[in-house]
Design a protein around this ligand. Structure first.
Ligand SMILES: [Ca+2]
Ligand SMILES: [Ca+2]
Length: 268
């Protein structure tokens, strides 16, 4: 009988070890994939700046859309001049084929006081970094976005949120340096076909937005930027969506399986 009990203990220990291995590898694999809700909120003063739909991506931190002090490339120009991101999205996809990208609030300007959201399924080990870009309107070529593609690490490898919000101040608004300031040619207040080249470089610049004060926007309000350097203008939020907890279910199933094994062994 002593031999039998030892044998039973070994079998149970072995089964327990196997269960622990299964649980360990399973949770590590599953924890890395999460569903995250991205919110884009215009918190600028009323009747002030609006934003074009927010282009975003979760990636490995290698897609660098622009550099301060350098001429803007086609990718960021496609955001800054007109807001479409028609070159930004493909450039991101080419640089990082594994990235998860999207456009928050597609189809309409994000006016003051408005919040838009979009959900993403992200492999947090492969794509821990977040990159964003949106045109500021009205403007000729102003935008918000991150110069450093590794500035915002959102997830750790286990899928935990490291950052729940990115806040943007007026002082963080960029001028792409690609289009000269001209209210007659500015998006949202003028005729975009009249634009002329600036031949400059990317720089911080929010004060030029006062050039559009008094003009009627495409949304029908009379623009007044009402910005100081420290005025918060935009918030990007990150929230993990609740998911079922299959790891708990699996644990229960394995425990039941072990119990059944124990009972069967007990009957021998
Ligand atoms: Ca850069
Ligand atoms: Ca400009």
């Amino acid at each position: 009988m002593a031999v039998h009990r030892d044998s039973t203990r070994r079998m149970l220990a072995s089964a327990g070890l196997a269960a622990a291995c299964v649980l360990g590898s399973w949770s590590a694999a599953q924890a890395a994939v999460v569903t995250v809700r991205v919110t884009a909120q215009n918190v600028a003063p009323a009747n002030g700046i609006a934003f074009a739909p927010l282009h975003v991506g979760f990636g490995n931190g290698s897609f660098d859309a622009f550099d301060i002090g350098s001429a803007a490339g086609a990718a960021i120009v496609s955001v800054a001049e007109g807001g479409s991101g028609s070159a930004w999205q493909p450039a991101f996809a080419a640089a990082e084929p594994q990235a998860v990208r999207g456009t928050v609030g597609a189809g309409a300007p994000i006016l003051a006081g408005v919040t838009r959201m979009l959900d993403f399924t992200v492999d947090t080990m492969a794509n821990p970094f977040f990159t964003f870009a949106s045109m500021v309107i009205p403007s000729n070529d102003h935008f918000i976005g991150n110069d450093n593609p590794q500035a915002y690490r959102i997830f750790d490898a286990a899928g935990n949120l490291l950052l729940s919000q990115i806040s943007q101040l007026a002082s963080q608004i960029w001028d792409a340096g690609s289009e000269a300031t001209d209210p007659l040619a500015a998006a949202f207040v003028g005729d975009n076909d009249l634009r002329s080249a600036q031949n400059g470089v990317v720089s911080f610049n929010f004060s030029e937005l006062s050039a559009y004060n008094g003009l009627t926007t495409g949304a029908g309000y009379v623009f007044n930027n009402n910005l100081q350097a420290g005025t918060e203008v935009f918030r990007i939020g990150f929230e993990l969506l609740a998911v079922p907890e299959p790891s708990g279910l699996l644990l229960a199933a394995l425990a039941l399986g072990l119990l059944a094994t124990t009972r069967r062994l007990g009957k021998v």
